[in-house]
Design a protein around this ligand. Structure first.
Ligand code: PMP
Length: 372
């Protein structure tokens, strides 16, 4: 047996496309102010914690059995939430749920991507789209963006026409830039994608509750190849829960069931998510506070002399730094962890509590003084 020290991943017979690659790895550092992974800074309120304990205790009494494989009660409540907030009627048959929207996206690529197929995203965007593509054997195409990080419709449509991808990712609001995508842009890219192959268009709305604009859910009407993906990780303050979901035509929901593992969503997860949905209004109240803090970060960063990208999310992209990683380190040296997403010149900060944001702004103020 070779010792643990000497055996490397590449010594194993791993798939060729995984050789020399690194896993997703936002640093999890133990520093006082953590504003690097777009989490909601507010812990769940105590009445909700108590309700989770109650519902999980109920679920625990039945843990000798497999969970509801189709998560009907949960999907019904998610559909009600989308219908109430999204200006579009969504039924239980239009909703599918999984362990985080990452798993939803993985199931979509397992269903509509895979070996011999390709997916496109407009970068910089959420790095997991490309990583999940790789993991599912789907070829990845990096599409363009404008200098201001909006999507150049003509260039994007051309990239779709030239590459004829099977799956098109549109992230709105986009991560890491915070940029919202206009409905007209999605419609134009949907048309381009249908003309090219036809292919699935996945709108990743992980941050939409923080947006100044409405959800793109109403675009689902009459567009069976469109999917909207959502999560409880951000607006519901439940990143640790791992609950993501999608809304789409019933046929899409039927299709992803071809690849989902049986009983993928545990009874504990379903019970916890249902408890959180009972407290939707309280949780959306925190979202309103975070939107105010997000807007404050934009204004104050500009006042400090930073360039800031317009944000519709719970984070803000700011810069520009000649030495991006050096700037990240200087902020970290002051006890504040932000994110270097590898976009040259730019860093990303998640909106935290007012106190955390003050600590961050103090750190940037010092940094900007040093840079003068
Ligand atoms: N989509 C986007 C754009 C994201 O930024 C994230 C999380 N950072 C996700 C999806 C995945 O979130 P989760 O798996 O927690 O639902």
């Amino acid at each position: 047996m070779t010792s643990n020290d000497t055996l490397r991943i590449d010594d194993l017979p791993v798939r060729d496309e995984l050789r020399g690659k690194s896993p997703y790895g936002a640093p999890q550092l133990d520093v006082p102010v953590q504003l690097n992974t777009n989490e909601n800074p507010y812990p769940l309120p105590e009445p909700l914690v108590a309700r989770i304990a109650e519902r999980v205790a109920e679920a625990a009494r039945g843990l000798n059995r497999y969970p509801d494989r189709d998560a009907i009660e949960l999907r019904t409540e998610l559909a009600a939430y989308l219908t109430r907030t999204g200006k579009h009627r969504v039924g239980v048959e239009n909703v599918w749920a999984a362990n985080g929207s990452n798993e939803v996206l993985q199931q979509l690529l397992q269903t509509f991507g895979g070996p011999g197929r390709t997916a496109i995203g407009f970068e910089p965007s959420y790095s997991m789209h490309a990583l999940i593509a790789r993991g599912t054997g789907t070829g990845w195409i990096s599409g363009p963006r404008n200098e201001d990080f909006t999507i150049d419709v003509a260039a994007a449509a051309q990239a779709i026409a030239e590459n004829t991808p099977d799956v098109v990712f549109i992230t709105s609001p986009n991560n890491p830039t915070g940029t919202a995508v206009e409905a007209d842009t999605v419609l134009a890219l949907y048309e381009a994608a249908q003309a090219a192959r036809p292919s699935m268009v996945v709108v990743d709305e992980a941050y939409v509750e923080f947006s100044h604009r409405d959800s793109l859910l109403p675009l689902l009407e009459g567009r069976p190849n469109l999917v909207v993906s959502r999560t409880m990780s951000k607006a519901f303050g439940a990143a640790g829960l791992r609950l993501g979901y999608l809304a789409a035509h019933q046929a899409v929901v039927d299709a992803v069931q071809l690849v989902r593992l049986p009983y993928h969503l545990s009874a504990v997860t379903q019970a916890t998510a249902l408890a959180a949905l009972e407290h939707t209004d309280t949780l959306l109240g925190y979202v309103e506070q975070l939107k105010v803090e997000r807007d404050r970060l934009v204004t104050e960063l500009r006042a400090l002399g930073c360039e800031v990208t317009e944000s519709d999310a719970n984070f803000v992209q700011f810069g520009r730094f000649a030495d991006t990683h050096g700037a990240w380190q200087r902020i970290l040296d002051r006890g504040v962890l932000v994110r270097d997403n590898g976009v040259p010149g730019w860093l990303r900060v998640t909106a935290g509590t007012p106190e955390e944001n003050d600590a961050f702004l103090d750190a940037v103020r010092e940094l900007m003084k040093e840079q003068k």
